[in-house]
Design a binder for this molecule. Structure first.
Ligand code: GDP
Ligand code: MG
Length: 445
């Protein structure tokens, strides 16, 4: 598939902006890739339309061809769609009991995941109680007991002759007496969505206060994942999703469908049958898995790094010519965030690196915090300058400095300090590029 894609990209002429034809052509393949990854067709349709709107007319990044540029946008949108960051399960504050209810179809992995979660949270200092609410299969109770024992956590069961909601209610009383602060209800699934199952879950929710309802979805569910997720979310309301069996060769399009249709975060992914096989969910990794274009994505990453490098080199050139002004100073601070320090810009100058600059990279967290605050104040001061002042720092006289200090909400001494540092830096640049000795110099951030 990737080969096919690359052929198409070769045929697309490289130009400054993405045209409608570029975008349509590339999206045809993306659409196919998403469908092959089992993303629901309706979701694919909406998604492609959204990307198309965003992509047409965008500048093509240097180092990428139009097709790759479209993939870059697609990847960003995918990550965005799945939630830009990882989400943790929320616990009740203090010593209050947190109740989690597991929901999902039969065989999705609820019982296994219940035990996996228990192990994870036990490590974090919780005292979990697993509750056997699946009363339809005697084997289900046994399975939970065996898994609970493996994890070294308590399991509560009342056999098969009670209603699931009564068991749930009794388990809370038990947890209170037994000192458990986390209760995980392992419920029964059905092969398909049915009313009985939903009613049962609703009744459990009526009887005990469930804080988190977690839907467990089998990654192999494919196109149907959308219907399953929608039903569960509409009927009982879910707070988060766990996608299991991602250790198989499915590309995991179900994850995307479920997130798109419920809007609820994916919390963890199941990566195997072993009880330790539960991993944090990372949207960016999932996006590249679903897209199945790892090599194109790493190419895009390289192009992005190249752009930062180009900017840094340009900055180095300016420093060399000592035409370095406050605009460059500002740009340098922004670059710092991307490049891991002004040090790297300086390292591109001959005769630099090591010494005080080398130390820059080894800042402690506190120092980094402080540096970031300084950086923000400095940005404010530079933004308070007129364009003329930024380009010609020599014109900064006391009255201008007063105005800048007022504008940035800082004391005039800060403006003076920054200006002094700026001048020292400039002087140092000159001496370095002339091959002179490196002066004593402290970076302002
Ligand atoms: P439940 O009916 O929803 O409770 O599902 P179970 O927890 O009983 O799991 C059904 C089957 O799926 C079992 O054989 C599990 O070992 C298996 N399973 C669960 N999670 C995973 C996973 O992440 N990867 C793999 N490969 N198998 C899993
Ligand atoms: Mg089960």
């Amino acid at each position: 598939l990737t080969e096919k894609l690359q052929n198409i990209f070769k045929n697309l002429k490289s130009k400054g902006r993405l045209t409608e034809a570029d975008v349509k052509e590339a999206l045809k393949e993306i659409k196919r890739a998403l469908l092959a990854a089992d993303v629901n067709f309706k979701i694919v349709k909406d998604f492609v339309k959204k990307v198309e709107e965003r992509a047409i007319g965008q500048d093509v990044m240097t180092g990428l061809n139009p097709g790759q540029m479209v993939i870059k946008i697609v990847n960003e949108e995918l990550v965005d769609l799945m939630g830009a960051e990882t989400t943790e399960i929320k616990f009740e504050p203090g010593s209050a009991i947190t109740v989690i209810m597991m929901a999902g179809l039969q065989g999705a992995g609820k019982t296994t995941t219940t035990a996996k979660l228990a192990g994870k949270f036990k490590l974090k200092g919780k005292k979990p109680l697993l509750v056997a609410c699946d009363v339809y299969r005697p084997a289900a109770i046994k399975q939970l007991q065996v898994n609970g024992e493996k994890q070294g956590v308590d399991v509560f069961s009342m056999g098969e002759n009670h209603k699931p909601w009564d068991i749930a209610k009794a388990s809370i009383e038990y947890a209170k007496k037994n000192g458990n602060n986390l209760v995980i209800l392992d419920t029964a699934g059905r092969l398909h969505i049915d009313e009985d199952m939903m009613d049962e879950l609703i009744k459990i929710k009526d009887e005990v206060s469930v804080h988190q309802t977690i839907l467990v979805i089998d990654a192999m569910t494919g196109q149907d994942a959308v219907n399953v997720a929608k039903e569960f979310n509409d009927k009982i309301g879910i707070d988060g999703v766990i996608v299991t069996k991602l250790d198989g060769d499915t590309r995991g399009g179900a994850a995307l469908s479920v997130k798109a249709v419920t809007g609820k975060p994916i919390l963890y992914v199941g990566m195997g049958e072993k009880l330790s096989d539960l991993e944090q969910f990372y949207p960016d990794r999932m996006a590249s898995r679903i897209l199945g274009m790892g090599d194109v994505l790493s190419l895009i990453e390289k192009a992005e790094a190249q752009i930062d490098e180009d900017k840094a080199r340009e900055m180095g050139e300016k420093m060399k010519k000592a035409s370095f002004d406050y605009n460059d100073f500002l740009e340098a601070t922004k670059q710092m965030k991307n490049l891991g320090g002004l040090g790297s810009i300086m390292n591109m100058l001959p005769g630099m690196g090591g010494g005080a600059l080398g130390k820059m990279k080894g800042l402690s967290d506190d120092q980094t915090d402080e540096a970031e605050k300084n950086m923000a104040r400095m940005e404010a001061m530079i933004y308070s300058m007129t364009p003329h002042e930024r380009e010609n720092p020599d014109v900064l006289n006391p009255s201008r400095k007063h105005r800048i200090a007022r504008g940035a909400g800082v004391d005039i001494s800060e403006v003076n300090r920054m200006n002094k540092q700026f001048n020292e830096m400039k002087k140092m640049m000159k001496s370095v590029t002339k091959g002179g000795k490196r002066g004593k110099f402290k970076l302002p951030f």
